[in-house]
Design a protein around this ligand. Structure first.
Ligand SMILES: C=C(O[C@@H]1C=C(C(=O)O)C=C[C@H]1N)C(=O)O
Ligand SMILES: Cc1ncc(COP(=O)(O)O)c(C=O)c1O
Length: 267
């Protein structure tokens, strides 16, 4: 089912700003029996992006009601919330635009994610690099062409997902998830101030680690540091926490910190 501003729909106007320019933001959420996981954090991240783009925030109580109408009653399912600035405007100019378009859609839980969480994921290292964009770094805006290109590269090379490095060779994330690794019982994750999406699940992991006394370092790291890690895992809102069992030819064991975090988050 798809709702556009609360009304059942199957199309959007040709002048919609998100169609024309990717002018908006989105988030993808896990639902359990029709209840949205981490809803307040999804609102916070959407609000942060809407503020940067100077798009009017929607009435979140109303949006929540629309989301619950669309959410599947299944034990696990997905919900996508997409906000566009609206329709119209001449060229890039964001003036003379209608009010925002809020689109909501549901989808079945990806069956292979259960297996990824138990058995782990094989990553490639993407040849294509992420550019730097401090203006939009961390935000889940609607321009996701880099991720589309990186994902295509990984699919062509037969990997389940791929590590995305930036122009200077720093590890950032994967095509669709944030990255963590463990060395000497300490967690590491990349800084996302130049590029990357600051995921809701990354925030959840950072919070849980802090609550349970697991030391975390957020910083700039190169591929060799990940390749030499004791454990590696990836996280996103739908997948939860999935161990990495291989990066290119390099194998990893599923470690105790990864499984502990999986249990703490109960994904
Ligand atoms: C690309 C979407 O969302 C991202 C991808 C996933 C996923 O494929 O597991 C989950 C959440 C987002 N990080 C999307 O179209 O929903
Ligand atoms: C490039 C990228 N990084 C990280 C994430 C993880 O975000 P979240 O935890 O909010 O699902 C996503 C999901 O959209 C993504 O597309």
């Amino acid at each position: 089912m798809i709702l556009l501003n609360g009304v059942s729909a199957d199309s959007i106007g040709l002048t919609d700003r998100s169609f024309q320019y990717g002018d908006g933001c989105f988030t993808t959420m896990l639902t359990r029996h029709g209840v949205i996981e981490h809803w307040p954090m999804h609102i916070e991240r959407m609000n942060a992006c809407l503020e940067v783009l100077q798009i009017t925030k929607p009435d979140w109580t109303l949006v929540h009601q629309w989301l619950l109408r669309v959410a599947q009653p299944a034990p696990k399912a997905g919900l996508k919330l997409h906000i566009s600035r609206g329709e119209g405007g001449r060229g890039y100019s964001p003036t003379q635009v209608t009010s925002p378009n809020v689109t909501i859609s549901d989808f079945n839980y990806p069956a292979h994610y259960e297996q990824w969480r138990c058995k782990g994921v094989a990553l490639g290292v993407c040849d294509a690099r992420l550019g730097h964009n401090p203006l939009l770094a961390g935000h889940k805006h609607n321009n996701r062409l880099e991720q589309v290109m990186l994902k295509a590269e990984m699919e062509q090379r037969g990997f389940e997902d791929g590590l995305a490095l930036d122009l200077d060779g720093r590890v950032i994330e994967t095509t669709m998830a944030n990255l963590f690794w463990v060395n000497d019982q300490t967690l590491y994750t990349p800084d996302l101030s130049r590029c990357g999406v600051a995921g809701v699940m990354r925030r959840v992991v950072l919070k849980v680690a802090e609550q349970h006394g697991i030391l975390v370092n957020v910083g700039d790291y190169h591929l060799s540091e990940v390749m030499n890690a004791d454990e590696v895992f990836i996280v996103n809102s739908l997948l939860g926490v999935a161990p990495i069992r291989r990066i290119e030819q390099n194998n990893f064991d599923i470690g105790t910190i990864t499984t502990r975090i999986q249990e703490l988050i109960a994904s």
